[in-house]
Ligand binder design. Sequence first.
Ligand SMILES: [Zn+2]
Length: 248
Amino acid sequence: MKNRNQNHNNWMIHDDNTRHKTQDMKNRKHSRNAALLLGPPGSGKTTLANAVAAHEDISKIEAGALLKERIRTDEEMASHLKPYLEKGEMVPTQCVESVLADRLCEITRAHVLFDGFPRTEEQIRRFFALLRYQTLHLRSVAILSLDVDEAIERLVTRRVCSECGAVFNLANNPPERSDTCDQCGGELVRREDDKPEVVRKRFDVYERQTGPVVASFTREYPQLTFEHPSTALISQAAERIQRELTGP
Ligand SMILES: [Zn+2]
């Protein structure tokens, strides 16, 4: 495996492949589009992202999932990032960027849905730099809304398989036995960051850090931005985003 750690500070000169692939993409006739999901923990972003990425021309870039995957495969990154994730705190921007840039170089589908980045006002500038570098055009910004008590209610009943990663919810998507995965028989656990006190903290972090991002996109790109209440159908928002990404 190549040493990714050298590249954390500067993904622009990441490697030669990056440059070739970017050149290929510039030569494509069709424009490549990007969409962005913003919403607090538990607002259903992952479910929505999966629904949108069911489209054959759309890839999703989930910052949180990519960071967790990197932690499993990169020991040095793991020791650096784990404390942030376990406490529900923000991961340093350059780590997130490096992970996203690596992933963007691997994807082959034309359009990209971003989830979990940008999460702060200072990251907005970096987000647009990433888009420019990948010749992606922002076409849609979905803002998922949810209040903190509702989020806690949703997350405290969530269980994740420690073996295969399958997600259940004791309230609305229960496994047959509360401690065993239906799919592989693995043990079901509560994620560290789904505990109520951590959820409340993640929510506070979201409001403080990402609130200004929501305000900024709403103000600067009103024609791209729409709000999706947590009570509305996920499929409606998914179809809208797919249309905006793949449409003319
Ligand atoms: Zn399992």
